[in-house]
Design a protein around this ligand. Structure first.
Ligand code: HAM
Length: 427
């Protein structure tokens, strides 16, 4: 039998690289936890309707990319292609919006699924960390979210990302713009599919990457010129807050997102080292989504940052994260008696919070020391029959190469002391 491979468009996260994924998730979550966002977790699948109504019937995500299926019981479900609709569904279902404490601020982290054409940075299974602030219309909330994403990226050491900002207007001004854009687009020389898109989702035509289309789009009406006074004033306030807080952004009047629920503020974080899949994160306001999925009017805003692409961005910038070593102490027993003694010491170290590991499988000194080296441990504890007869173990500093005999009873305390000193000098 041939061995199994991970399905097309997916990959496994394995040590040591998996450590940077965890660190990225953690770095994105930290500013959210620190800003009043509570953790939410929803199922990996939902009723397919939630996404077709929420994300939009005309989007690529719903029409081409959703993993939709019928269960044995006859339910139509879909693996979640994104998090916003699910999180809002969960908040509505639990009546969080009625607890009188708006906005409801939630963050999440998990797997998402889109049946896309796989390429570097574009997978069929990928990870996002996201945040949603539900039930408040306040430019400071939009600004808060953008500032927190910026803070997360900076805390990781990323520098070469840009923030693109736009306003998509609201239910007053966008229909007027939409009609004007449709008029303009109908006068162009476009293929069948693109012509169909003019009727269903004309704003997406602006996003067409093909040169011949882009050339014809010169002179297209811009949404910016159609924004109503309320949308203009709102957008101006978001921009001002970002500027005051020193968060640089670029106005991108052509920024259209791939999901239909957006109103007013929309933004994308792009990284220039990533080639065609340059969006590392994106989000915006979705004031009408709650009503679209059967809830009350709840103006909301949020974003999701892609963990996979953020890791690629780190690689592109050559940033190596300063991760604590997985193992601080590695124990190498030589003989049965030493196995018993050192196993107990490793357990004691772990219970004291010291990251410790053990040489399993009865390896000889050479093989065991190789493992000790690979573990990245700063200290190795070696003990053989003769050491134990003298009541000592050999403690080796793997950085300096120095070795000393330490009494068996005091080795845990000595190690704790040395690791403390090392941590203090590293600060
Ligand atoms: P999105 O722009 O579709 O927005 O996805 C956000 C991020 O997820 C992207 O910028 C990208 O980093 C990552 N991503 C998306 N698709 C893939 C893929 N196939 N492979 C790898 N990474 C991918 C949303 O999902 C919205 N729910 C964001 C939001 C939250 N808006 C409001 N609240």
């Amino acid at each position: 039998m041939s061995t199994f491979k991970a399905p097309k468009g997916t990959y496994d996260l394995l040590p040591p690289d998996s450590a940077s994924y965890l660190a990225v998730r953690e770095a994105i979550a930290a500013p959210l936890r620190n800003s009043g966002y509570g953790y939410v977790e929803t199922p990996g699948f939902e009723n397919v309707e939630l996404f077709s109504r929420g994300v939009g019937e005309s989007t690529d995500i719903v029409t081409k990319e959703m993993y939709a299926f019928t269960t044995r019981g006859g339910d139509r479900l879909a693996l979640r292609p994104e998090g916003t609709a699910s999180v809002l569904r969960a908040a509505l279902e639990a009546n969080l919006h009625k607890a009188g404490n708006l906005p409801v601020k939630l963050w999440y982290s998990g797997s998402y699924y889109r049946y896309e054409r796989p390429q570097k940075g574009r997978y069929r299974h990928f990870s996002q960390v996201g945040a949603e602030a539900i039930g408040a219309e306040d430019p400071a909330l939009d600004a808060e979210l953008i500032i927190l994403a910026d803070q997360a990226y900076r805390s990781l050491g990323l520098k070469e990302f840009r923030i693109l900002l736009n306003s998509l207007g609201d239910k007053e001004c966008r229909p007027v713009y939409r009609a004007a854009l449709q008029d303009f687009l109908r006068g162009l020389d476009l293929d069948e599919e693109t012509r169909r898109r003019i009727d269903i989702n004309p704003l997406r035509v602006l996003d067409d990457k093909r040169d011949d289309v882009q050339k014809q789009l010169v002179g297209a009406p811009m949404l910016r010129d159609y924004l109503c006074d309320a949308c203009k004033a709102y957008h101006e306030q978001v921009r001002e807050l970002l500027t005051t807080e020193g968060v640089a952004y670029e106005d991108d009047p052509k920024l259209v997102r791939g999901l239909d629920y957006y109103t007013r503020t929309t933004f994308e974080f792009v990284h220039d080292g990533l080639g065609s899949q340059s969006a590392v994160g994106g989000g915006g306001r979705y004031d009408g989504l709650s009503e679209m999925i059967g809830g009350p009017a709840l103006p909301s805003v949020g974003w999701a940052l892609g963990v996979d692409r953020t890791v690629l961005a780190l690689e592109a910038e050559g940033v190596t994260l300063d991760l604590p070593p997985a193992t601080s102490v590695f124990a190498v027993p030589l003989g049965e008696e030493a196995r018993r003694v050192l196993f107990a010491k490793v357990t004691e170290l772990r219970r004291a919070g010291v990251a410790a590991d053990f040489s399993y499988g009865g390896k000889g000194l050479k093989g065991a020391m190789k493992n000790a080296n690979r573990s990245g441990a700063r200290f190795t504890v070696v003990a053989g029959e003769r050491d134990l007869a003298e009541g000592v173990v050999q403690l080796k500093d793997m950085e300096s190469g120095e070795q000393e005999a330490v009494a068996v009873e005091s080795v845990v305390d000595v190690l704790k002391g040395k690791l403390d000193t090392q941590a203090r000098t590293a600060q």
